[in-house]
Ligand binder design. Structure first.
Ligand SMILES: O=C([O-])CC(=O)C(=O)O
Ligand SMILES: [Mg+2]
Length: 521
């Protein structure tokens, strides 16, 4: 047995050395058994079984007062705990009571993070059993505020920090992480955290929150999840001056310096964890997000949540809404405010689905979709100055320089906000939508709540109760004219945990658009 294991490991290390030291491959990559995770030769960790005092401090195994009498004897816990034995159910009740007493959402967030550091199973039990109540705490919108204040609330690292200082040593850094069998990595460089902008290294809250959902909603083991923040600096002046800032105190590296660090990271991940590890890109700025996805989409199992996850969940929402507003996808006119990752990602998936349904080429179906950015409607006369990901949306049309005018001339049936800028669906915009639509579909997708294009209350009130509304961040039900309206939530959280689970358990090594369409269905 020993020698077989050794041979296997030696075999793996030779294989790694020969073929996995650089980013290479592509769709024709050999789809063999992954051995990267078996290569433990240089890992300095020893596996030990915690007992006694250490067991109580090991969040993976600690049960607190729920350790039974028998377990207290078996694991040298006698005397280390008060005599009462309480069930996990009672622990849950106690924690929910105390979390509900906090009025400030950030206090609830901190309480949840402390629980995760103390008793991981209880953390997930609580999250799973109270998902509607706790999702807005560990995830959007509260996680946004947590990132803004991450330096002040930071207690213990919950993921890996890979900064420019680690250049040339990223593989070693990955080996410092105590878990070997990683299935899902969520990585950010913190440049566009939700709609809050550049939060640098403090963006770590996002991978941590996303991966908590991978476990709670997708059922992936916590030990197989790895949150990573790549720190290349920040252009956020406030953070650079903040004495509690936890990141590199320099402006963002760009160009070749940035590309080289990311390339080393992507190679190291594949070398260390193999072909089947899922890397989810999260909250990168537009200018890097599209490029990274295009570059690594053919060599790695990568998925951009903001482009592809959001697209999939929003298309699902639109298709579901057709039951209320009528028509087929192809019969609707779409107008977007925001032409970044989410906007163009959703637009493209809608165009693709219409193309599948009608057999029309996607170049044609794109024409049903118009996008407005900060400079107005995206039209062909602007083509030369547009970023490449906006070019497919530059249709023949007169220039229109603001959203309200675009709504009036295009008369969309579906209005989608993905600009990251709050309060942009004004009363005039919603009233215009309601003037030519019996049931205008309004999606205010930007996060967190402060960046939402409008609130649920505004959408229902200004449309006199006729809007069909969903938002990226959750809103409470709202009563209008004696009727209670329950807004939908259109957030990629409704898809990425299941989508990622599907990728991981199927052993996929690349992500394709068909998978996004299937997930959306
Ligand atoms: O995190 C969320 O709530 C959704 C998302 O990906 C984003 O807004 O960037
Ligand atoms: Mg995101």
């Amino acid at each position: 047995m020993e020698s077989t294991m050794k041979e296997m490991r030696d075999g793996a290390s030779v294989l790694d050395f020969d073929s996995k030291s650089t980013v290479e491959g592509g769709v024709e990559d050999v789809y063999g058994e992954d051995r990267a995770t078996e290569d433990q030769l240089v890992t300095p960790w020893t596996i030990s079984v915690a007992s006694g005092y250490c067991l109580l401090r090991d969040p993976r195994h600690n049960k607190g007062l729920a350790f039974t009498e028998k377990e207290r004897d078996a694991h040298y816990l006698r005397g280390l705990l008060p005599p009462a034995v309480i069930s996990q159910q009672l622990q849950e009740k106690k924690l929910m009571n105390s979390i509900r007493q906090y009025e400030v959402p950030l206090q609830k967030y901190v309480a949840m993070m402390e629980l995760e550091e103390r008793n991981e199973r209880l953390f997930y039990k609580l999250l799973i059993d109270n998902v509607e109540e706790l999702l807005p705490v560990v995830y959007t919108p509260t996680v946004g505020e947590a990132c803004q204040k991450y330096g002040s609330i930071f207690r213990r690292p919950q993921g890996l920090y890979i900064s420019l200082k680690e250049k040339g040593k990223i593989l070693e850094v990955l080996k410092n992480w105590p878990e070997r069998s990683i299935q899902v990595i969520v990585v950010t460089d913190g440049e566009r955290i939700l709609g809050l902008g550049d939060l640098g290294c403090q963006g770590m809250g996002i991978p941590v929150g996303k991966l908590a959902l991978y476990t709670a909603l997708g059922g992936i083991r916590p030990s197989a999840c790895l949150p990573i923040t790549v720190d290349v600096g920040t252009n956020n002046e406030q953070l650079l001056k903040d004495e509690f800032y936890i990141g590199l105190r320099q402006r963002r590296a760009t160009g070749q310096e940035y590309a080289e660090l990311l390339d080393e990271f992507m190679s190291a991940v594949k070398q260390n964890y193999g072909e089947k590890v899922l890397i989810q890109f999260e909250d990168f700025a537009n200018h890097n997000a599209f490029e990274l996805l295009a570059k690594y989409g053919t060599t790695h199992l990568v998925f951009n949540d903001d482009i592809q996850g959001t697209a999939s969940v929003v298309l699902a929402g639109v298709v579901a809404a057709l039951k209320l507003i009528g028509g087929t996808l192809a019969e609707h006119r779409f107008l977007f405010l925001g032409a970044g990752e989410a906007g163009t990602g959703i637009a493209e998936l809608i165009a693709l689905e219409i193309s599948k349904q009608t057999k029309a080429p996607v170049e044609e179906t794109r024409k049903k979709i118009c996008l407005v950015d900060s400079k107005g409607l995206i039209v062909s006369s602007r083509k030369d100055s547009l970023q490449h990901f906006k070019k497919p949306w530059a249709h023949e049309h007169e220039p229109v320089n603001n959203l309200l005018d675009a709504v009036k001339v295009i008369k969309p049936t579906i209005l989608i906000g993905s600009s990251g800028v709050g309060r942009t669906f004004t009363k005039e915009v919603i009233e215009a939508m309601a003037s030519f639509n019996e049931k205008p579909l309004i999606l205010a997708l930007s996060n967190p709540t402060s960046q939402s294009e409008c609130t649920a209350e505004e959408a229902y009130t200004w449309s006199k109760g006729r809007a069909i509304f969903a938002s990226g961040s959750p809103f409470d039900p709202f009563e209008y004219n004696g009727k209670v309206f329950v807004p939908g939530q259109a957030n990629n959280a409704y898809i990425f945990p299941g989508f990622g689970l599907g990728l991981v358990i199927s052993g996929a090594i690349r992500v394709h658009d068909d998978m996004l369409l299937a997930a959306c269905k």
